[in-house]
Design a protein around this ligand. Structure first.
Ligand SMILES: Cc1cc2nc3c(=O)[nH]c(=O)nc-3n(C[C@H](O)[C@H](O)[C@H](O)COP(=O)(O)O)c2cc1C
Length: 140
């Protein structure tokens, strides 16, 4: 059984809802899933999982949340080469620049992105929930 971690940061709950849907999709596909809030995950845990979904909304000016998530994610980056990962997050406006930059960074790290990053505007609707579940399945 593959082990999947879902690691997310969320302020108003939108990315948290996405994280739960990603976890549901991975579970439905038979994976053993652990969901972590940002503060509970660290680089040392990366090797414990076959695949990791990272979720963070667009914050600042089209960047990852800078106080908690970005430092945690940065510390994980050196361990992501060859790792199956998926990205997701909610945003408020614009074209999803934060996600495009994040995907590019992960590719530079040598991570294996199992799918395009899943984004949705504010609260996930039914389609976004299905996209999150599909991401979870792809990681399982
Ligand atoms: C301080 C702050 C900065 C934000 N910056 C952006 C941004 O640069 N681009 C964007 O599309 N949305 C931005 N947003 C909107 C959030 O990404 C959006 O509300 C998202 O749904 C929040 O997700 P959460 O409920 O998981 O916290 C910002 C929100 C806040 C509070």
């Amino acid at each position: 059984m593959s082990k999947v971690a879902v690691v997310y940061w969320s302020s108003t709950g939108n990315t948290e809802s996405m994280a739960n849907a990603v976890a549901d999709g991975a579970k439905e596909a038979g994976a053993e899933v652990t969901v972590f809030e940002t503060a509970d995950f660290e680089a040392a845990k990366v090797d414990e999982f076959d695949a990791i979904a990272f979720g963070c909304p667009a914050m600042g000016d089209e960047v990852l949340e800078e106080d908690e998530f970005e430092p945690m994610f940065s510390s994980c980056e050196e361990k992501l080469s060859g790792k199956k990962i998926g990205l997701f997050g909610s945003y408020g406006w614009g074209d999803g620049d934060w996600m495009h930059n994040w995907e590019a960074k992960c590719k530079e790290d040598g991570a294996v992105l199992v799918a395009d990053g899943v984004i949705c505007q504010e609260e996930p609707d039914d389609e976004a929930v299905e996209n999150c579940k599909a991401l979870g399945k792809a990681l399982a």
